[in-house]
Design a binder for this molecule. Structure first.
Ligand SMILES: N[C@@H](CCC(=O)N[C@@H](CS)C(=O)NCC(=O)O)C(=O)O
Length: 260
């Protein structure tokens, strides 16, 4: 593979550098090799025009300051084409085209991006904590996202029970983490994937209950602090690639495309 030989043949750099990092740096200088150039193209996201399981991926890229393209699934044919082209490992989206790979499985995509953009702690122990926090907030957000597909008569009780869990199970954990170490970020006093996803989750629960942070002063301050980071501030502005909460059109498209 030409890409790999570029790395190994460069004596002043040697082979100890992370190959992906080095290949990118070279190609930004214009190496002209279509294979490696494909590796520096903007990531392309294949999903519906809505949050669902793709929204945390959008947040992570946006927070890392990475531009991305999106193809929105609107028809069954688009989905079948991805399937027939062999891109959907388990027949499911999200699908992200990045660094010459077609990645599926939300958590795998997120952890790849977190590692690639240096948002994944400094060692294995920090990674494990980031994984726990990110898995927790993802569980909470997926519960909320799932309510859009519940029958109308179940929606309200479902949301009420999720909000109760947010208040008693999830938010207290993060309030305590911030209180115990007294730092600005959740892990290692460095900005990470865990912080990005916690902010996303906070904003999502606030859409359901605007006063939900009233008993969580440190989370309130966290929200302000992280929202003001330049890349995130930009993503929070109207016109960004951030998606709105699901509406009936979104639900219909997802149902039509996935046929359920
Ligand atoms: N574990 C997978 C689940 C993906 C998933 O359920 N995707 C849905 C859309 S949000 C899908 O493609 N469903 C089609 C199917 O399961 O047949 C992930 O986290 O990415």
């Amino acid at each position: 593979m030409m890409g790999v030989s570029i790395v190994t043949k460069t004596p002043e750099i040697g082979i100890s550098l992370m190959p992906g990092y080095f290949l990118e740096a070279r190609c930004r200088q214009g190496c002209g090799n279509p294979e490696t150039e494909a590796m520096v193209a903007k990531p392309k996201l294949y999903y519906f025009h809505g949050r669902g399981r793709m929204e945390s991926i959008r947040w992570l890229l946006a927070a890392a300051g990475v531009e991305f393209e999106e193809e929105f699934l609107e028809t069954r044919e688009q989905y079948e084409k991805l399937q027939n082209d062999g891109h959907l490992l388990f027949g499911q989206v999200p699908l992200v085209e990045i660094d010459g790979m077609m990645l599926t499985q939300t958590r795998a995509i997120l952890s790849y991006l977190a590692a690639k953009y240096n948002l994944y702690g400094k060692d294995l122990k920090e990674r494990a904590r980031i994984d726990m926090y990110a898995d927790g907030t993802l569980d909470l957000m997926l519960m909320i996202a799932g309510t859009a597909f519940k029958p109308p008569e179940e929606k309200e009780t479902n949301l009420a029970s999720i909000l109760e869990k947010a208040k008693t199970r999830y938010l207290p954990v993060f309030e305590k983490v911030l209180k115990d170490h007294g730092e600005n970020f959740l892990v290692g006093n460095n900005f990470s994937w865990a912080d990005i996803q916690l902010l996303e989750a906070i904003l999502m629960v606030e859409e359901l209950d605007a006063s939900i942070l009233s008993d969580f002063p440190l989370l309130k301050a966290f929200k302000t602090r992280i929202s003001n980071m330049p890349t995130i501030k930009k993503f929070l502005q109207p016109g960004s690639q951030r998606k709105s909460p699901p509406d009936s059109h979104y639900v219909k498209v997802v149902r039509d495309v996935l046929q359920f």
